[in-house]
Ligand binder design. Structure first.
Ligand SMILES: [Zn+2]
Length: 298
């Protein structure tokens, strides 16, 4: 069974759309291979509002967010994770509205990770190493305004500091890059971690949300079936590796051309990073052993 992707979205860059009783969305004009149509910034509430993932440092998008919230104080700036298409506009927005920034600071990402590349191919959006929340929600926690609540749910995996935010008033959840309707998410070690990622998928699934709002693309309405397919997809990739290693030890560089023969070789560097994340997971579980770059069944 494939993942039931959802990619249809009626929008205009910079326009504020009321997408649910409590949620408005403004999309930034930064489409690309990691952002799909662009960064979807969510405005939660009425009167006093929270802004989730203001996006890249883009002056036009900053003005669009301020126009959409004119007359309504922004009381919270809420961040899912520190990638450059999510958090850099938090500072400039704060300079204009004064609201505190909530999220989880990343630890351990080095300057080397600022632009994640492999074989000269960019793997994902860069890290915003300057990201520093005023209030840490690393361990969870709630923020609220009139008629709305946002509950931080730690969901490490895509990044170590990733948070999803439940909106209990609508049994909905803002999933950042943890669960996206248009694509699988990139898990790039060392900040990305497959073991954590699988646990975080189950954590969101267990909550029984009726709608997921990813930062990129349309909402996911058939939540349980979607997450089940997402988990199956990861399991299939993991099973492919253990099956391939039954015929003898191999390096990632040997396995990728075999297991991704039907995929454009341009995507092999990204596939190699995902495979590395899966290898680390399997070694940790005691199912594989590593001798340098060579992996074998344990
Ligand atoms: Zn990201």
């Amino acid at each position: 069974m494939g993942i039931p992707y959802v990619r249809q979205l009626d929008f205009e860059y910079g326009r504020s759309d009321q997408v649910s009783p409590l949620i408005r969305r403004v999309i930034c004009n930064n489409p690309g291979p990691f952002t799909f149509l662009g960064t979807g910034t969510y405005i939660v509430g009425r009167g006093e509002v929270a802004v989730i993932d203001p996006g890249p440092d883009d002056p036009a998008h900053l003005e669009a967010i301020l126009a959409a919230t004119a007359g309504e104080p922004i009381t919270h700036i809420v961040i899912t994770h520190h990638h450059s298409d999510h958090s850099p506009l938090a500072g400039p927005l704060q300079a204009r509205c004064g609201a505190p920034i909530y999220g989880c600071a990343v630890v351990g990402a080095s300057e080397d990770d600022a632009d994640i590349k492999d074989g000269g191919v960019k793997m994902e959006a860069g890290h915003d190493l300057a990201f520093q929340p005023d209030v840490s929600l690393c361990g969870g926690g709630e923020v609220s305004g009139p008629g709305w609540t946002l509950e931080a749910i730690p969901t490490p995996g895509h990044t170590s500091n990733h948070l999803c935010y439940a909106l209990p008033e609508e049994n909905a959840c803002f999933t950042g890059d943890h669960i996206m309707g248009w694509s699988t998410t990139v898990i790039t070690p060392p900040d990305g971690d497959m073991t954590d990622y699988l646990a975080s998928l189950n954590r969101i699934r267990a909550r029984g949300f009726s709608t997921l709002w990813p930062t990129h693309g349309p909402p996911i309405r058939d939540v349980d079936a979607f997450i089940a397919a997402y988990l199956d997809h990861r399991q299939e990739r993991i099973d492919q590796i253990t099956t391939a290693l039954k015929s003898g030890p191999a390096r990632i560089a040997d396995l990728v051309p075999r297991l991704y023969a039907d995929v454009d070789p341009k995507l092999w560097p990204a596939a190699s990073r995902s495979m590395l994340a899966a290898m680390i997971h399997l070694v940790r579980e005691g199912r594989l052993a590593a001798d340098g770059e060579t992996y074998r069944l344990a």
